[in-house]
Design a protein around this ligand. Structure first.
Ligand code: NAP
Length: 475
């Protein structure tokens, strides 16, 4: 298990020698003690990334691609140990962790293929006086800040396109889950990525460490995945040096089920959209809007499936729902559910936290939820499905759009024209139409409104790590 900072290709302690504990959320016991990066360590990492930048930017795209492809192969060969590590420090069920490793590795494969496609363009100026030549250049040194809910995939979704574009990076992982990020640093070194191109800096002083980097003029981009609240702080800090920003922020996904939907398929989709990662996903269905004639049947079918999930330590192969990441997460879910119940909601299954050790919250389905309940306004980030009934398409769209978030929405209907019409009307960066899963390394992932700026994945994800340079040329 790696537990030091990874700077300039070397494992180093923090400048103060301080360390912090990483806990197993299933038991509360200490798994490891990790070096606690300081602002001065952060600036050392910026120096390493800056020193490596020119050579990496001028490395032929094909060579960069081959490094990324080796990273894919290595990650695939280490899948089971990485999945165990993710499950251990995050708590998610092993099956979820295995799914995450496969998803995370695909970013290396996809961007190995995209590294050679950072195409520019050439055009004749309308005046005919010159040519307009546009080339794509790497942005430069990038600070990457990632959350705890997908410790591997949120890292590779940034590292892979950054490296493919020719950027160098400093990754600041979440302090609840730094071990997976450090294992990724070792993997990338084994894949032959030169020293300084990837640096990994766990820290408990995330605000100070990231702030120090964003105020260093050598840093040209920050790519953040996490809460909208922290995203706002980083946008403000990035404004000082006009640093390029990509923001993948919170979500509050609506899940619309029309009366003509294939109901068993909608329940299958709901189980994925709600329960992937135990509900701890920005894409998690947060609000279920079901058309009145099928609402009772949908609630019954969903409750039956939710109730049957086996809850236990994530590392136990029989577990289908692991613990939440920490005590604060359980307390937040518990508060939201209690408030909904106090306002008249009914718990068809679940609805109260179990006694005993571990950060557990049971699968819960709530009906009769008041439309203004906080549980419909805030990200639940847990295994709770609140169900609201609607009677008309326009009402469903209004309810779905009544949020400051706009990451993803899900729609189930057999009527294709309605499906596409509603998909276009929904204020979301992504829509799952008769599908409970949208994440795909080959597709542009991201949100509108307060869910973010920019896209990760697809070709757009590569372009987000490049700047267009226009050269006016006469020949
Ligand atoms: P978070 O509290 O915003 O933390 C995310 C990252 O930011 C962590 O590395 C955290 O470090 C760091 N951080 C915290 N305060 C900071 C500050 N003042 N300055 C700089 N960095 C700071 O979010 P989280 O609780 O880890 O993750 C859950 C959130 O992420 C949810 O809102 C979820 O929707 C969102 N998310 C979005 C996407 C997407 O693609 N849109 C994907 C996954 C998750 P520490 O761990 O040390 O606090």
């Amino acid at each position: 298990m790696y537990s030091d900072l990874f700077i300039g290709g070397k494992w180093v302690p923090s400048s103060t020698g301080d360390r912090f504990d990483v806990l197993d959320p299933a038991t509360g016991t200490v798994i490891a003690s990790v070096a606690d990066g300081t602002p001065s360590d952060a600036l050392a990492a910026v120096t390493a990334a800056s020193d490596a930048a020119a050579a990496w930017a001028s490395t032929p795209p094909r060579v960069r691609a081959e490094h990324l492809r080796r990273a894919f192969d290595l990650m695939t060969s280490r899948a089971s140990s990485l999945a165990h590590l993710i499950s251990l420090e995050n708590g998610k069920a092993l099956a979820d962790a295995q799914g995450e490793v496969a998803y995370a590795a695909e970013f290396f494969r996809w961007y190995a293929e995209e590294a050679v496609r950072a195409l520019g363009s050439v055009a004749v100026a309308p005046s005919g006086a010159n040519r307009i030549l546009v080339v794509r250049q790497p942005v430069g040194v990038c600070v990457l800040v990632t959350p705890w809910n997908f410790p591997a995939a949120m890292a590779t979704r940034k590292i892979a396109p950054a490296l493919a574009a020719g950027c160098t990076v400093i990754l600041k992982p979440a302090s609840d889950t730094p071990l997976t990020a450090l294992a990724m640093a070792a993997l990338l070194a084994d894949a032959g990525i030169p020293p300084g191109v990837v640096n990994v800096l766990p820290s408990r002083s995330s605000g100070q460490v990231v702030d120090a980097m964003l105020h260093d003029p050598r840093v040209r981009k920050v790519s953040f995945t996490g809460s909208t609240e922290v995203g706002r702080l980083l946008l403000a800090a990035a404004a000082d040096n006009v640093v390029n920003t990509s923001m993948e922020l919170g979500g509050n996904a609506p899940f619309l089920v029309f009366a003509d939907a294939d109901l068993p398929a909608a329940v299958d989709g709901a189980m994925i959209a709600k329960m992937r990662n135990g509900g701890e996903a920005c894409t998690a269905a947060n609000r279920f809007y079901v058309e009145a004639p099928v609402a009772a049947e949908f609630s019954r079918l969903l409750s039956d499936r939710m109730r049957s999930l086996a809850m236990g330590p994530g590392t136990d192969p029989a577990t289908q729902l692991g613990p939440l990441v920490n005590e604060d997460a359980v307390a937040k879910v518990d508060t939201l559910v209690r408030a909904a119940l106090a306002a008249g909601a009914v718990a068809v299954t679940g609805g109260s936290r179990p006694s005993g050790p571990g950060c557990y919250y049971p699968p819960t389905v709530l009906t009769n939820v008041a439309p203004d309940a906080p549980i419909l306004r805030e990200e639940i980030f847990g295994p709770v499905a609140p169900i609201v009934t609607f009677t008309a398409e326009q009402e469903a769209v209004l309810l779905a759009n009544d949020t400051e978030y706009g990451l993803v929405a899900y729609v189930y209907t057999r009527d294709l024209s309605r499906g596409l019409r509603v998909s276009e009307a929904l204020e979301a960066g992504m829509v799952g139409l008769n599908r409970g899963l949208v994440s795909d390394p080959a597709a542009p992932f991201g949100g509108v409104k307060q869910s973010g700026i920019g896209r990760e994945g697809g070709h757009e994800g590569l372009l987000d790590y490049t700047e267009s340079k226009y050269i006016a040329v006469s020949w």
